[in-house]
Write a protein of this length. Structure first.
Length: 133
């Protein structure tokens, strides 16, 4: 289940690495939110019961231009391997685009039922061309 307010874009001057996180507690959630948004403006709009749920969180590295997106497209179980596969789709502007320069990172989070299965993150990058009218 996608969390309210996500995916989102955070404008920052910080240089950050991409993150893939399995969040199992309020403390881990706070650490993730603070790591992607030092201003403290990014907040959860709903409460999470970590007794029965956990959060899958992804963020991009710092982008130089506006127009990039990240989204958890699909979460599915591989029952034979006892594994949860998280499909992440990242979109970036193509050659025909003239994106505005403004450093940012993109973030997405979904809630799933608590599990002790291994969690794998797979990323697909798509290029979106801009159309001139």
């Amino acid at each position: 289940q996608r969390l309210e307010g996500f995916p989102t874009v955070i404008y920052t001057q910080e240089s950050m690495e991409k993150q893939r996180k399995v969040i199992r507690s309020e403390v881990e959630l706070d650490e993730f939110l603070n790591s992607v948004d030092k201003s403290g403006l990014l907040q959860m709009r709903e409460s999470i019961n970590f007794g029965k749920d956990m959060i899958l969180a992804v963020s991009s590295e710092t982008n130089d231009e506006v127009g990039r997106k990240i989204k958890i497209r699909k979460v599915h179980e591989d029952k034979e391997k006892r594994k949860i596969v998280v499909e992440i789709e990242e979109k970036k502007p193509g050659e025909t685009c003239n994106p505005e320069i403004d450093k940012n990172i993109t973030v997405d989070m979904v809630k799933i039922s608590k599990t002790d299965w291994e969690i794998d993150f797979d990323r697909v990058i798509k290029v979106e061309e801009c159309l001139d009218d």
